[in-house]
Design a protein around this ligand. Structure first.
Ligand code: NOJ
Length: 451
């Protein structure tokens, strides 16, 4: 039986660079995604797409908020563009940038929608990148100052902040593989340093927000990374899935939750940490560990998981396994065990801060956008989430990714994750079938999933 707590928060999520557009409007400074995309012909971003206009949310937000309201959305997780607020990252404040977010927050509250503010969703002001970006520890006070400035302006109305979105992708995709901005390819020890600097930045920003808003404000962080689920639901297999989720000796340690979360919550690295992490760890002063700030909640972005057997070895895949349009496996079980294991390790309540899929959506002959695959996917994942809740995991809310189709980073506009279709040539919004379906899920607090 699918059942959610009566105060469960249902919402949608998006990020500044992916939807705002207006890349150089009203005093905004350039950021690393502007730079990354503007190097055209380099094959960095599919079709040489960029976020210059994106969904033009910067100008069309009143229409978008009205659409959210019409679909019963109770919370909107959006990110602030650092370079809109402080064009060079640590210098003069751009009043027009702050005013934009203030207007947005007021309109959301007016519509009965709770604003959940992410401070960093990957669009670093270029001027800070020239100084080394997240590899240079000077970014910590700059980020903390930015957090304070936002909190001073919005703090009387915004009750929930998320400091950093997916430190894993910032580090591994941006500075490791180079697939995302800034496109650097650094060795493991540097990646460990970046993780550490991100952890310090989260901590200092959290202290600043609390200092401005008081202890009741909730501040979290949004990790991603490998989440394993058991091939069979036995105690041994559950244990193996837990261990494999946090085992840093498996391939791609940099795509795990626990480098950053262990730093913040446990103030150490796991014993399975690879040699490059250990080498870096030996240089960390004790004062840094003392400075780590445990978040009030963990936002987990859940898209797909890894099925493991009782030995923790990959299992369950086969030729023709169900995939989304961007070829991610459809693994609803991750929504049961992922949040449970996160809570088991860290003992902190969680939000599902993102979940969704890309589909090859089109406008049908009847002028509507039918997306039964999305409805089926979300139905399966939410049913699994209810199992985690039933087993005692404190899940505070669920934010669907994404409200609008938007700029999917180096995949450009080809991947459509929205429940609202964006007709890019005209920027017209067309609610997909899944939008009406999700509105009903919210209206019934998930009860309609039992029908
Ligand atoms: C996670 C990221 O936070 C978001 O920006 C991205 O669009 C979605 N995953 C889908 O890939």
């Amino acid at each position: 039986m699918v059942q959610f707590p009566s105060d469960f928060l249902w919402g949608v999520a998006c990020a500044s660079y992916q939807c705002e557009g207006a890349w150089d409007a009203d005093g905004k400074g350039p950021n690393i995604w502007d730079d990354f995309c503007h190097v055209t012909g380099g094959g960095r971003v599919k079709n040489d797409d960029n976020g210059d206009v994106a969904c033009d949310v910067y100008h069309r937000w009143p229409e978008d908020i009205a659409l959210m309201k019409a679909h019963n959305i109770r919370a909107y997780r959006f990110s602030v563009s650092w370079a809109r607020v402080i064009p060079d990252g640590d210098g003069a404040v751009n009043e027009a940038g702050l005013a934009f977010y203030e207007k947005l927050v007021d309109a959301l509250l007016e519509a009965g929608i709770e604003p959940l503010v992410t401070l960093y969703h990957w669009d670093l002001p270029s001027a800070l990148q020239y100084k080394g970006g997240w590899l240079n520890r000077d970014i910590v006070p700059a980020f903390a100052r930015y957090a304070r400035i936002v909190a001073e302006r919005l703090g009387d109305r915004v009750k929930c902040y998320m400091t950093i979105n997916e430190p894993q992708c910032i580090t591994a995709l941006g500075y490791g593989l180079g697939d995302h901005a800034p496109g650097w390819k650094l060795p493991g020890e540097d990646l460990a340093r970046i993780y550490h600097i991100l952890a310090l930045a989260h901590s200092e920003a959290m202290r600043q927000i609390k200092a401005v808003c008081g202890p009741a404000v909730r501040v979290g962080i949004v990790p991603c990374g490998r989440l394993c689920y058991p091939a069979e639901d036995t105690p041994e297999n559950r244990e193996a899935a837990y261990r494999a989720t946090y085992d840093l000796s498996l391939p791609r340690w940099e795509f795990t939750q626990n480098i950053i979360m262990d730093s913040l919550v446990l103030r150490r690295y796991d014993d399975t940490a690879p040699e490059c992490v250990r080498r870096f760890a030996a240089t960390i002063p004790a004062a840094d560990w003392d400075a780590m700030e445990k978040p009030d909640f963990i936002g987990i972005n859940v898209y797909h998981g890894m099925c493991v057997d009782a030995e923790g070895k990959p299992a369950g895949g086969y030729a023709g396994f169900p995939l989304t349009a961007c070829k991610w496996p459809v693994t609803p079980e991750v929504m049961h065990y992922g949040p449970m294991n996160t809570y088991r390790r860290y003992g902190i309540p969680v939000y599902i801060s993102e979940n969704g899929l890309s589909c090859n959506d089109v406008i049908f002959l009847d002028g509507r956008v039918h997306d039964p695959k999305r409805i089926d996917f979300l139905h399966r994942y939410l049913t699994e989430l209810a199992k985690a809740v039933a087993e005692g995991t404190p899940v505070l809310g669920y934010l669907q990714w994404s409200f609008l189709d938007n700029f999917e980073w180096n995949s450009g506009y080809d991947e459509r994750f929205g429940i609202i279709y964006v007709d890019y040539p005209t920027l017209r919004r067309i609610p997909k079938d899944s939008a009406a379906w999700y509105a009903k899920v919210i209206e019934t607090n998930g009860a309609c999933l039992n029908d």
